[in-house]
Write a protein that binds this ligand. Structure first.
Ligand code: DQA
Length: 140
């Protein structure tokens, strides 16, 4: 299957950014281990700090790929545009957060995108991406 992983703003700093919350591994290093764990599937990775670029990527893959895993970062809590983009495409989307957003500031408790996603994983660290992939590749 063709699966797209999309990371939003500041997630390019994983491994350097607030390591007590997000851990010390870069996404690039984690992505190599993820590809090795899912050898039968083609995993694609895209990161952007720009809201419209994330919308463009959702449009680009959202009618042909088999699944999308998105960590929209802070846009999770603010972006009507990403909510609408997920709602407008055909490919199923799973929302992932590395940290447990419900154990953090109240402004992180609201996600504008969950209602358009198949489901949401929060607080499992980087493993959340693997859990999301397992859902997307499972027979339905
Ligand atoms: C995050 C949680 C968001 O609230 C935050 O803005 C992020 C990362 C997470 O993966 O835990 O950038 O999505």
């Amino acid at each position: 299957m063709n699966i797209q992983i999309i990371n939003g703003p500041n997630l390019n700093l994983l491994g350097k950014r607030e390591t007590s919350i997000y851990g010390s591994q870069s996404f690039e290093a984690f992505f190599e281990t993820l590809k090795a764990r899912f050898p039968e599937h083609t995993l694609h990775y895209y990161q952007s700090n720009v809201e419209g670029e994330i919308v463009n990527k959702l449009h680009e893959v959202g009618f042909s790929f088999d699944g999308i895993v998105i960590n929209a970062g802070a846009y999770t809590h603010t972006s009507v545009a990403i909510h609408d983009a997920i709602g407008g495409i055909k490919t199923p989307v799973v929302e992932v957060h590395i940290s447990n957003v419900y154990a953090r500031e109240e402004f992180r408790h609201k996600s504008l995108i969950t209602s358009k996603c198949a489901g949401m994983l929060t607080g499992f660290g980087m493993e959340g991406y693997a859990l999301a992939l397992n859902y997307l590749i499972a027979p339905k």
